[in-house]
Design a protein around this ligand. Structure first.
Ligand SMILES: [Zn+2]
Ligand SMILES: [Zn+2]
Length: 145
């Protein structure tokens, strides 16, 4: 087991999940390819582990999300995406044209970086913001037309 894989195994043990090949494969796929949808996770995992079923990947994504190792994001009008960068209240910038997604750090100050005008006595631990716009590739394609 390489160092990268043992890091992922430690993440699983840290939330009391058994270390299994499909779980390691999904975590590795998300580490290398953030913000991918379920179909892409399946394709990435099965490229290396052809015997892992679609259902197994669905189950792993659900278990990892419930355990807090994976974050599920779903910009309006897009399919759900998954990432393994969790717990830092980072936000996302989304291209309206092609759907490309990139990370944006917590806006200003300490997480959660947006202070609610009225928190209704909730203990707030996350503020989610989606920045919408046009990615560099789409902007270039538009000027080239
Ligand atoms: Zn784009
Ligand atoms: Zn992200």
């Amino acid at each position: 087991m390489g160092r990268m894989t043992s890091d992922l195994a430690a993440q699983l043990r840290g939330v009391s999940l058994r270390v299994t090949r499909p779980r390691l494969a999904v975590l590795a796929a998300l580490r290398d390819h953030p913000h991918v949808d379920t179909d892409t996770v399946i394709a990435l995992v099965r490229a290396d582990h052809p015997r892992v079923s679609h259902q197994a990947v669905y189950d792993v994504l659900r278990a990892l999300t419930a355990a807090g190792l994976v974050r599920r994001i779903q910009p309006a009008g897009a399919t759900a995406r998954y990432e393994s960068r969790v717990g830092d209240n980072h936000h996302h910038v989304v291209c309206r044209s092609c759907g490309a997604i990139a990370d944006v750090d917590c806006a200003v100050g300490h997480a959660p970086c947006l202070t609610a005008a009225d928190d209704h006595d909730f203990v707030i631990d996350e503020a989610e913001v989606v920045y919408w716009g046009t990615c560099p590739d789409c902007a270039t394609a538009r000027t080239a037309q």
